[in-house]
Structure formats: structure tokens, C-alpha cells
Ligand binder design. Sequence first.
Ligand code: FAD
Length: 397
Amino acid sequence: MREVNTDIVIVGAGIAGLWMLNTLSKQGYDVLLLEAESIGSGQSVKSQGIIHGGIKYALNGVLSQASDAIKGMPARWRACLTGEGELDLRGVTTLSDAHYLWSQGSLAAKITSFFAKKAMSGRVDSIDKNDYPKVFAHPDFKGNLYKLNEIVLDVPSLLKVLSEKQRQRILQIDTADCQWDRDHAGNITAVSCLKEGIKINAQRFVFAAGQGNAAILKQLKMSKPEMQLRPLHMAMVTHNTNLPIYAHCIAASSKPLVTITHHINSDGSYTWYYGGDIAETGMGRDSQQQIIAAKELTAKILPWVTLENARWSTLHISRAEPKQSGLSRPDAAYCHSEKNYLVTWPTKLALTPDLGDKVSELFSQQQLKAQYRADLEITASIKSPPISAPAWSDTGR
Ligand SMILES: Cc1cc2nc3c(=O)[nH]c(=O)nc-3n(C[C@H](O)[C@H](O)[C@H](O)COP(=O)(O)OP(=O)(O)OC[C@H]3O[C@@H](n4cnc5c(N)ncnc54)[C@H](O)[C@@H]3O)c2cc1C
């Protein structure tokens, strides 16, 4: 078996693994990233791409810790998109420069006065009717509309930009087929992959495998940290009406009734992708029932909209997160340090820079020194995985 030495092995090429590969490489470490399937194939490519600033989590009228932790994220991502941030994300497509929030009727007084508070300035703006996005610029729209300081990114282009300069360092390896070598103290010393005929020795191992982290921990016979899954049944409609929508529709609840994002397909069609409460409650419906629910909801909240040549479909995907009491949502990126390995979940795409900070701080505290240069001639025999196709590319078309 051939051997390679590197500083850090990361498992999982979703947004978390890719971000850390780039950040840690920039800090001078030698890093290899292992991916079982395709780049972004877990939650990342199925996400809606919204860089939340936390407003969604403040809909109950309380500026919670969740909205505090996440509040700086849009500015950090915006800086990266212009090439002035910690990573150069020029080349990533911004689908919308703002995300919106709308209610069918008037917003509850509590929420309206909350949005008017100083803490919200710069994060939520009311908009002049003349500036309404096309989808809401209709005489039948009688609700309230707010503009949030949140951007929406095209995730496949984000995965492409984060992976293209690092291709040689991203290897198609499923660690479920590998063996973890450990020393007497329980530190991981290497991952040995029989199928690929390679043993990778590293100083540190970072697990960023999303839902796959649980199986890795089981393989390592570790019971902590525990993972929780929040299953979702997303709905989508592919059509030929160019009517961009990036918005949460809210009712009385503290959660959006639905969050709709608009995506442009390579064949010139468009897809509206439905998340939020309808995806959570949709777990109790089969695909046909979920399609009916999504159609009925659309007719109710956007009655003036007609989507030409609409083809509906649904998909199941779970959010993978560190376990919380009562399945509540975690409110910051998560990084657990044990021996010489880390178990991570960004918990949101938007919070990936926060995860990058946490991992970098830990390695800095541990005074981890860059020591190795992996022999890329040896790893070149292993395929680099492709980028995952968008969630709707094989459905509803
Ligand atoms: C429907 C949906 C919509 C969302 N929308 C948003 C949003 O709009 N904004 C936002 O901020 N967040 C959103 N999120 C959350 C966000 O998508 C996730 O927090 C984020 O993508 C998680 O990234 P990750 O890299 O940790 O995991 P993943 O993207 O799941 O990647 C894990 C990777 O690890 C690989 N892997 C697993 N096991 C192994 C193994 N043994 N060996 C090698 N590789 C392995 C998998 O193949 C996968 O590619 C959404 C999530 C969902 C499900």
C-alpha cells in the first residue's frame, strides 16, 4: 500500500469540507479532502442557498442568540463575493441580492414594531411599492413586504469555485470502506483505504460528512457527539415563467409558512423550490399529497401567479446537526474536539465561515504546525469526484 503524509484530512466535500479545505490551505497547512459520492451531494446542493442574517429566527419578535450568531454572515459572504473577503468567491453566481419576507394580510403588530426597532436597522427594510420585485408588483398583492439584508447564492457555482483550484486535493474515497488506524491514546494516525491502495497519515482529522458523521463515529466506536436529523419533504415546480421569487411567506407562526427560491436551469426552464413549514409538515404526506399541498398553498398565497408548463415533484432530505434538546435548531456552527480529530456541522450553509473560525482557532490554540507536503503524484491515481447536479436536475423536467 502506498503511503502519503499530510497535515489534515477532512472527510466530506459539502460546503463545510470545501470551506475548511480552502481556509486551512490558505493558512499554510497541507490538506486532503475525501468525498464518497460527488461534491455537495449531501445537503449542500439541496439547500436553498440563502445567506441568512438571522431575521427568520426573530419572527417571534425576539432577537435571539440564533439571530445574533448569524448576523455578521451576509457581510462576510458579500466581501468574499467581491474578492475582498477571507476566500475569493468571485465567479459564484448571486441569484438575488436580497431575500424578502411577505405576509398575505397585515403583519401582526408585534412583528411590525419589532422590525422598526433599532437592532433591525440595516437588516430589514420596508420597500416602496415602486421597488417591489416583479412577482409582488401586482394589484392583487395586498400584504406587507420587507426586504432582508440577505443574499441568495447559486450553490452549484459556489461548489465549483471552492473546488476548482483544489481539484488535486479532493479524492473520491468513501471512508466507510477504509480503516482508521489509532495509537494507544486513541488518536487517529491514518486512514487506510484498501480499495484505493493508499494509506494517508495525518496530524489531524476533521469530520465534515453531514449525516455521514454518525456512521464515522460508530466506526470509531465513539458515542459522542450525538447527531440529530430534521427530515424535510421539499416541493419543487419546474416551469417556463421567468418570475424570480426569493421570499419567506409568514403567517401567525414564528416559522415561515413557506420559503420559495427561484433557480435557473441549463435548458432555459426555471424551478421554484419550496422549503419552510410546508417541507417540515410534508413529512406526513406522500409525494402526490405534498404536490397537492404545494399547489394549494401557491394558489392561496400567490393567487395572481400562473406558471407556464408547470411540472411538480418533491424530494426528501434531512438536515444533519448536533443533537439539541427537544429537536430544537442549533444556533451556531458546531465543532467538537476529541483527541486529534474534530466533528463538525455548520448547521447552516450561511454559518460555514463561523465553522471555519472555530476550526482555525482550535488548531491555533493547539499550536498545530504545518509539517507535511502530500505527494500528489501518488494521490493522482485516485479520481477526483464530480460536482453534484442541482437537486431538481433529474426530477420534474
Ligand atoms: C432542504 C435544505 C435547504 C437548506 N437551505 C439552506 C439555506 O437556504 N441556507 C442555509 O444557510 N442553510 C441551508 N440548509 C442547511 C445547509 O444546507 C447545511 O447546513 C449544509 O449544506 C451542510 O453542509 P455540510 O458540508 O456539513 O454537509 P453535506 O452538504 O451534507 O456534505 C457532507 C458530504 O460528506 C460526504 N460523506 C458522507 N459520509 C462520507 C464518508 N464516510 N466518506 C467520505 N465522504 C462522506 C457526503 O457524500 C457529502 O458530500 C438547508 C438544508 C436543507 C436540507
